[in-house]
Design a protein around this ligand. Structure first.
Ligand SMILES: NC(=O)c1ccc[n+]([C@@H]2O[C@H](COP(=O)([O-])OP(=O)(O)OC[C@H]3O[C@@H](n4cnc5c(N)ncnc54)[C@H](OP(=O)(O)O)[C@@H]3O)[C@@H](O)[C@H]2O)c1
Length: 241
């Protein structure tokens, strides 16, 4: 750990990119007491700052980092998937942001950090801590798998829930009916992992019921088949009682 504080109350931070994360991060760092410039839009002039945090699409990071370099002591990105090649450090909040969140959204979450130098790593860790989050290290070698895990935990969950919503609609059910089932399932997974938490026909070995479900899921047949196969593998890991 680094005992010398690298961030100071008068540290200035330019937030480049005014999209979903840029706006929330600017509000949160301002609330944490930093001098925040931005979030800057595409045609804004790049101001001088101690740090430049690039909240732009991954494909734009190299070009925007090059433009920011003369204006900032340290340049960082907030991407989970992009290596450190063009920046001094990265700070990736393991959370989903739609752009409307308050600064409290960072409290208690994990933030993946990595850096080229000990000083830059200390800055990344201190930024995460200042947001109320907990930093953890993910290096370039583990980045793609880490980011795939984040997509499974968030993006793909929504894809599955969307299929559930569509299949339930003809019965007159909506998201509010499904929500308690989803929340209890997530609570059970948090408490004991997928194999222990798994219930339902696949866990019971009731393939006749699975076949009836499959016949009723024509609109999402490919998704059903892929998930049923993967779920049988989870069931195989289920502790025998
Ligand atoms: N949203 C999340 O849940 C989340 C979570 C963790 C990390 N992140 C990371 O945050 C970064 C941004 O993601 P996002 O979801 O916030 O994307 P986003 O909503 O699409 O926002 C990206 C913003 O960058 C702007 N931009 C593009 N090129 C630019 C340039 N050359 N100069 C200045 N601004 C530029 C875009 O402006 P235009 O609209 O004009 O193109 C847009 O406002 C990504 O690295 C992503 O991995 C996002």
């Amino acid at each position: 750990m680094h005992s010398t504080p690298v961030l100071a109350p008068d540290t200035t931070i330019a937030i480049v990119g005014a999209g979903r994360l840029g706006g929330v991060l600017a509000r949160a760092l301002r609330a944490a007491g930093f001098g925040v410039l931005g979030p800057l839009r595409r045609d804004d002039r790049m101001p001088d700052a101690d740090l430049a945090l690039l909240c732009v699409p991954d494909s734009a990071i190299a070009a925007v980092a090059f433009a920011a370099r003369p204006h900032a002591r340290l340049v960082a990105h907030v991407s989970g998937a992009t290596p450190l090649a063009d920046v001094d450090f990265s700070i990736h909040p393991l959370q989903t942001f739609t752009g409307t969140e308050t600064p409290e959204v960072f409290r208690g979450i994990g933030v993946a950090v990595d850096a080229r130098t000990p000083e830059a790593l200390a800055v990344a860790e201190q930024l995460a801590t200042a947001l109320g989050a907990t930093p953890f290290r993910v290096d370039d070698a583990h980045r793609a798998a880490y980011h795939a895990a984040a997509s499974f935990a968030s993006n793909f969950v929504l894809t599955v829930l969307d299929a559930a919503e569509r299949l339930a609609a003809p019965s007159g059910l909506d998201r509010a009916h499904l929500a308690p089932l989803v929340q209890q399932t997530v609570d059970n997974w948090v408490a004991s992992g997928a194999a222990s938490a798994l219930t339902g026909p696949i866990a019971r070995g009731d393939e006749a019921t699975v076949a009836r479900q499959r016949a009723a899921s024509a609109d999402v047949a490919d998704l059903f088949d892929a998930l049923a196969t993967a779920t049988r593998a989870v069931a195989d890991r289920k502790p025998r009682s």
